[in-house]
Design a protein around this ligand. Sequence first.
Ligand SMILES: [Zn+2]
Length: 303
Amino acid sequence: MTDAALGEADLRAGRYTPACLVNPRERGPVGGRLSWRGSVLHRRPFHSVVCTLAVAWQALPEAPVAVAANRDEQLDRPSEGPTRRKYGSTIAIAPQDARVGGTWAGYNEHGLFVGITNRWGAGLRSERSRGLLVADILAEATVRAARETVERSVERHGYAGFQLIVADAETAVLFEWDGDLYVRGLTPGVTVVVNVGAALPDGDTLAPGEPSAGRVTEARRSEQATAARQLRERLAPRSDERVGAWLDRSGVALGEHENGVCVHGDGFGTRSSSLLALGDRREYHFASGPPCETPYSEVDEQV
Ligand SMILES: [Zn+2]
């Protein structure tokens, strides 16, 4: 069964039933209600993720993959902007977390996009940076190979909770990790991933009512879920919309403060923003500060 078929069947079911369950300790059973565990928000010593990730997949005629993402992070954590980097033997364009060396969003010479968000409340010990997992995936050529890398890596390493999208022109997959790994093929349209799950083109995995984690209140979780659904509707491509127009208005949407899409906190907030399109032309526009006040500029090098 293909990833896409798994996703379609799951979405048709109209409920949050994992398309595929991979438990490192005990495989299966497939299906059933996602069991949430833990309620401790751990310190995040390795934190290299975005907190709003919108992917328009097979939704714009010129670019099967188009992405708009905000990275929320501690304000004093050093990072470098996107440029040409090598992962394994693969060339990619990605920013970099200067402390650990991983990344949070990028694409490679094979046209493979990878982006990751934090997942609140999983209560897992972080033993390895999630950003290093993104770097591992950027070394891969296909979504299938990326999936094997993710499945292998969560068995081998301890990661804090995450959601991860890997997409190329033909296949797009959402991975959700909260101690179990849920793998879901995306259907064409706009998917918006936030810290409490994903708003998918035909449904969502958002779980705002789950137990609050540390400082994260249920109100904050609910706000995130609402923001994700609103952003999904707002970023739905218009009739005959060109990818440039979609990226432009996505950049505007990412700079707004309603529902905490662009975040300004005490020592923590939206640090940068990325707009990408992978089609006939590959482009990556990067704002090196909060998108409400920082213009995007196009990365010179592309692969
Ligand atoms: Zn702002």
